[in-house]
Ligand binder design. Structure first.
Ligand SMILES: O=C(O)c1ccccc1NCC(=O)[C@H](O)[C@H](O)COP(=O)(O)O
Length: 270
């Protein structure tokens, strides 16, 4: 049987992790993490922003498996400044190279340019990668339930907690959501994109949001383009959004970010 994209990504990630450990031991990466700049409050910032308007995690994303090259003129530092000036709450930076043309240095460069908390957007399997994320300055990690076991998810979450970082738990269906609920993290991301088929539909959030417990903060991820999309998703309880491609395709990223956030649906209103 042909391997799915997530299986292919996992295979090369495990090779990358082994190579990274051979180059820098766990103890060395932990020592580097201890000297990293203090953690910025990721979940707390989103929570605050979502009470006043929308919380936006703006993604620095050069390319993707589903879309190929998204943005040619790609400078993480300039993009971070534009997102911050446009009103983003947090940043997400792709650090995976083979599939997204990302890099660990992009996270360091982006974070140094602004005061926003930063998510390391990558495929994590090992607490080593969490310490590495912290050593780069990351304030939050992503745990993709489709690509890890319950035991791995709990181990990654615990590592994030020990470093004082937040974790965004990503789900795409009811079974993954039920598994995510066994974790402690308050942030649940519903990814509208099926990471194996790339099919993307806001129906995923429409159908799954109802099952998200009220004590969790819902983050609606992928396939969001317009203020109308955000207002539509807000009706289903999403006030926080993770957006990459649609903003990355804009010439004026700052203005596009501002426009997207300009007229949030009033909480509780229609
Ligand atoms: O974006 C992809 O093609 C992709 C393929 C396989 C695994 C993950 C993938 N993307 C990660 C994400 O979920 C998005 O970068 C993120 O939610 C932003 O989505 P978008 O606004 O649609 O760029």
């Amino acid at each position: 049987m042909t391997a799915t994209i997530l299986e292919k990504i996992k295979a090369y990630k495990l090779d990358e992790i082994a190579a990274a450990k051979a180059e820098k031991s766990q103890a060395e990466v932990e020592a580097a993490a201890r000297t990293a700049p203090p953690v910025r409050p990721f979940a707390q910032s989103l929570h605050k922003a979502s009470r006043e308007g929308y919380g936006l995690i703006a993604e620095i994303k050069k390319a993707s498996p589903s879309k190929g090259l998204i943005r040619e003129d790609f400078e993480p530092a300039a993009l971070a400044r534009a997102y911050a000036a446009g009103g983003a709450t947090c940043l997400s930076v792709l650090t995976d190279t083979p599939s997204f043309q990302g890099a660990k240095e992009f996270l360091v460069e982006a974070r140094a340019e602004c005061d926003l908390p930063v998510l390391r957007k990558d495929f994590l399997y090992d607490p080593y990668q969490v310490a590495e994320a912290r050593s780069l300055g990351a304030d939050c990690i992503l745990i993709i339930m489709a690509s890890v076991s319950d035991a791995q998810a709990a181990e990654l979450e615990q590592a994030a907690d020990e470093w004082g970082m937040d974790a965004l738990i990503e789900v795409h269906d009811a079974e993954e959501l039920a598994r995510a609920e066994k974790l402690n993290s308050r942030m649940i991301g519903i990814n509208n994109r099926n990471l194996n088929t790339f099919e993307t539909s806001l129906d995923v959030t429409r159908q799954l949001s109802e099952a998200v417990p009220h004590d969790r903060m819902l983050v609606c991820e992928s396939g969001l383009y317009t203020p109308a999309d955000l207002a539509d998703m807000a009706v289903y309880g999403a006030r926080c959004f993770l957006i990459g491609e649609s903003l990355m395709r804009q010439q004026d990223v700052e203005q596009a970010t501002r426009d997207l956030l300009a007229n949030p649906l009033v909480p509780g209103g229609m």
